[in-house]
Write a protein that binds this ligand. Sequence first.
Ligand code: DGP
Length: 114
Amino acid sequence: MSEDCLFCRIVAGEIPAEIVARRDGFVAFRDIDPKAPQHVLVIPETHVPSIAGTDGLSAAERAEMPLFISEVARSLGLQDGGYRVTTNHGADARQSVLHLHWHVMGGAELSASM
Ligand code: DGP
């Protein structure tokens, strides 16, 4: 855990969040500023700053991550309609929280420009 990391503090239960799923070192919770009818963030409990730091995850965590993301999307009812998964790294991508997180968005036809 990184003491000054917002998402580590959500993992630890120090900051409230609407958690929708939790499994095997991963947590999924609703984005505080949703950009789609369904907008969930999926994060590893292990603190790594972005996708560029996935060498800081175990092989098991790296393997589990896409499985958990798709399972969360399915549990949100997005399997048939479709959904988008994105992650941001760095300033040009406007990453604002430096703990790897996957945006899972769906529930309506999404903008082509995102
Ligand atoms: P990014 O720009 O990719 O770093 O996205 C960070 C996301 O985190 C952004 O969509 C808003 C969300 N967010 C920021 N602070 C909080 C918070 O305290 N709680 C929750 N649930 N989401 C947050």
